[in-house]
Design a protein. Structure first.
Length: 180
């Protein structure tokens, strides 16, 4: 059994992290609404903290200060399950600005738990289906907090693919699927 995890909203509590990010920027004199406006303008999946800091003329070392706290925003209950599943069985597939997303993932220190970390600029379809094709004789479970990433998947071509919408019951759904 193979597992594909989204990062933001699944392995990482992004909403809480963004509150922290805005608070840090606020301490440097930029009102939260200005930072939020920029985030919404560029779109969450294309957001890059370094570019925001440059845009707002904020000191660049705030980037490292903010990322130092990234571990605090991990979904520790889910990561306990990931550890049991084993590195060879786990992937991260994330839709985001590649540089920013990899910075965030590295700063959490969890990359050693995954056999591969793939950040895509658009749809996750191609990567998810490639993993399904590679492990055609195994069940592949794709866990994401956004249903839109399930919509274009070819379940007929990849009958080994199962999906879990990671919502309030996401952890329980995953545990039930793996028999824990």
């Amino acid at each position: 059994m193979k597992f594909i995890f989204d990062f933001d909203g699944v392995l990482f509590t992004t909403k809480e992290f963004l509150k922290y990010l805005y608070a840090c920027i606020g301490k440097d004199g930029v009102p939260r609404n200005i930072a939020e406006e920029y985030y919404k303008k560029v779109g969450g999946t294309q957001f890059n903290l370094k570019k925001l800091l440059i845009h707002l003329s904020i000191r660049e070392n705030l980037h490292e200060e903010i990322l130092e706290e990234s571990k605090s925003f991990l979904n520790k209950d889910l990561l306990a399950v990931v550890k049991k599943l084993g590195k060879v069985n786990c992937y991260i597939v994330s839709h985001a600005n590649k540089e920013w997303q990899l910075d965030k993932i590295r700063s959490t220190g969890i990359e050693f738990l995954f056999s591969e970390i793939i950040v895509v600029p658009e749809s996750k379809k191609q990567v998810v289906e490639k993993i399904c094709a590679k492990y055609g004789d195994e069940e592949v479970i794709f866990i994401d907090d956004k249903a839109k990433y399930f919509e274009d998947l070819n379940f007929k071509k990849y009958p080994n693919l199962k999906i879990i919408l990671y919502d309030e019951q996401g952890l329980e759904k995953l545990k039930a699927e793996i028999g824990q």
